[in-house]
Write a protein that binds this ligand. Structure first.
Ligand code: SPV
Ligand code: MG
Length: 431
C-alpha cells in the first residue's frame, strides 16, 4: 500500500480540503499532517482552534487514515520519517513565498523517488466566504485581544512592527518573506506615539490626544487581524488612565505600554538632551495598580516602561523600579536604552531574569540595532518592537520623489521607482 501525505493548517474544513483527500485516496493510504501552532504563525493565519481539536477534526474526515503533527513549515522532518510515496497539495503554492515550501518538498522527494501531485485549488464563492469568515473572526476583539499573550507562550520572541495607518497596518499584516529556506512574518503591531504624531505632523509630546490615537487604532483594526500594542506614553492622569484601559480593552487592543515619566513627556531618543522628569516609583506603581483594577478581561496587558537607563539613573535604579512595577501588577516590563551598544540592555535583562523568570520583557532596539532577535531571546527578551522603521523609510522616499518632480517639471524621472498604478489599485482587498 502506497502512502500519500498532505498537510493542513486550517481551522475550518471546506470543499478544497475534501477535494484534496478525494484525490489522495486514489493513490493509497492518506496521512494528513496538522501544522503545529508555532509553524502556522510563521506564514499562515493564526489558529483559533487548539491543535488537539484540529487533529481530531482532520481524523474525523472521511478518507483520512492517519493524522500526524508537522512541527515546521518545511517538510524535512516529516518526509524523513514517513517517506511518503506521494505528497499532494493544491496548485496555489507555485507563486509567492509558499513556492519555497514547494521547492523544499520537490527536493526532498527527489532523494528517494517520491512524487508530487498538484490538484487545482478550489476557490469558489463558498470557499471564498469561509476564508473571509476566518479572517473576520480573527479581527474580532475577543480573538485579537488575547492573541498577544498566546504569542508570548507560542514563540521564543514576538516580533512587532510599527503601524500608524490602515496602509502601514496592511504592510505589517501581509508582509511575508522567504529567506534562507524559511518563511517569516511579523506577529503584532506597535502604535508608536512618535510615528502616530509624526504622521500627523505633530511633535511626540502627548499632544496628539487619546481620541485621535484611538482613531488611528480603529483605522488599523478595520483592515488587519494581528494584535496591537499601544504606546500609551505616560498614561496621563491615573484618573483618566483607568477609563482608557477600559476603552482599549473593549476595542480589542492587547496591551498598553506606559512609561514612568511625568510632566511634559519628550521622546526617549532625546535622552538627557532635553528636560524630562521620571515619576516616583510609588506614583507610577499606583497608576499601574489602578489600571489593573479597572480592566475586566484576563487578556489585556499593562506593561510598565522604565526610563532609568534613558535618563542615566543607572542599572540599580532600573532594576529596582521594574521589580516594583511588577509588584504593583504590571504584566510585563519594557526597558529602553539609546546606547548603540546593546551591552547595557543585555546586562539589565540578565540581572532581571536572575530573580524573575516569568515577567515578559519588551525591548525597542532602535539605537542598539546590531543585536539579533535570537540573541535578545537568549537573554530572556519576549517581545521586540521595531518602533519607527516604516515611517523612517517612507519619509525620505516621499521627499526624494517630491524634490525630483520639482526639479524635472514632470513625473517621468521618478516613475521607475514607484509602485505601478496597477499594483496600488489592487493593494486593498475588495469584499
Ligand atoms: C515610540 O515609538 O513612540 C516610542 C519608542 O516610544 S521611542 O521612540 O524609542 O521612545
Ligand atoms: Mg513613544
Amino acid at each position: 500500500m502506497k502512502t500519500v501525505y498532505t498537510v493542513f493548517c486550517t481551522d475550518v474544513i471546506h470543499e478544497g480540503h475534501k477535494n484534496i483527500i478525494k484525490e489522495a485516496e486514489k493513490y493509497g493510504r492518506v496521512v494528513v499532517g496538522a501544522l503545529s501552532d508555532k509553524a502556522a504563525i510563521r506564514f499562515n493565519r493564526f489558529p483559533t482552534v487548539p491543535l488537539e481539536e484540529r487533529v481530531r477534526m482532520y481524523e474525523n474526515l472521511e478518507g483520512v487514515d492517519e493524522v500526524i503533527v508537522q512541527d515546521d513549515i518545511m517538510y524535512d522532518h516529516v518526509i524523513e520519517q514517513l517517506k511518503p510515496d506521494y505528497v499532494i497539495h493544491g496548485d496555489n503554492w507555485r507563486e509567492g513565498p509558499e513556492s519555497a515550501i514547494r521547492e523544499n518538498v520537490l527536493n526532498l522527494l527527489k532523494t528517494y523517488g517520491g512524487e508530487l501531485i498538484e490538484v487545482g485549488y478550489t476557490y469558489n464563492p463558498a470557499v471564498k466566504k469561509i476564508d473571509r469568515q476566518l479572517i473576520e473572526k480573527l479581527s474580532m476583539p475577543e480573538y485579537r485581544r488575547k492573541r498577544l499573550r498566546q504569542l508570548i507562550e507560542m514563540t521564543p520572541i514576538v516580533k512587532v512592527m510599527e503601524a500608524h495607518s490602515g496602509l502601514t497596518g496592511l504592510i505589517v499584516e501581509k508582509t511575508i518573506v522567504e529567506h534562507d529556506g524559511r518563511l517569516d512574518q511579523f506577529d503584532a503591531m506597535w502604535v508608536s506615539s512618535l510615528c502616530d504624531s509624526t504622521a500627523k505632523g505633530k511633535p511626540d509630546i502627548e499632544l496628539v490626544d487619546m481620541s485621535s490615537r484611538l482613531r488611528t487604532i480603529d483605522d488599523i483594526m478595520e483592515v488587519t487581524t494581528k494584535p496591537i500594542i499601544l504606546d500609551g506614553d505616560t498614561g496621563g492622569l491615573a484618573e483618566h488612565f483607568v477609563y482608557n484601559v477600559r476603552t482599549l480593552e473593549r476595542m480589542g487592543v492587547s496591551a498598553v505600554i506606559i512609561e514612568d515619566k511625568k510632566g511634559l513627556k519628550k521622546n526617549s531618543l532625546f535622552g538627557t538632551e532635553v528636560e524630562q522628569t521620571q515619576a516616583d516609583i510609588e506614583e507610577f506603581s499606583a497608576k499601574i495598580k489602578a489600571g489593573k483594577e479597572a480592566q475586566l478581561t484576563d487578556d489585556f496587558m499593562i506593561i510598565a516602561r522604565c526610563e532609568s537607563l534613558i535618563l542615566e539613573q543607572g542599572m540599580e535604579d532600573a532594576l529596582k523600579r521594574c521589580r516594583a512595577y511588577v509588584e504593583a501588577g504590571a504584566d510585563g516590563i519594557m526597558i529602553h536604552s539609546r546606547k548603540k551598544d546593546p551591552a547595557e540592555i543585555l546586562a539589565f535583562c540578565d540581572e532581571f531574569r536572575r530573580t524573575d523568570q516569568k515577567t515578559p520583557i519588551v525591548v525597542v532596539p532602535s539605537s542598539f540595532n546590531t543585536i539579533t532577535e535570537e540573541e535578545l531571546s537568549e537573554h530572556g527578551v519576549n517581545i521586540v518592537i521595531y518602533a519607527n522603521q516604516l515611517t523612517r523609510s517612507a519619509f525620505p522616499a516621499m521627499q526624494e520623489t517630491a524634490r525630483d518632480i520639482l526639479k524635472y517639471h514632470r513625473a517621468k524621472e521618478v516613475d521607475d521607482r514607484l509602485l505601478p498604478i496597477k499594483e496600488i489599485i489592487t493593494l486593498i482587498d475588495e469584499l
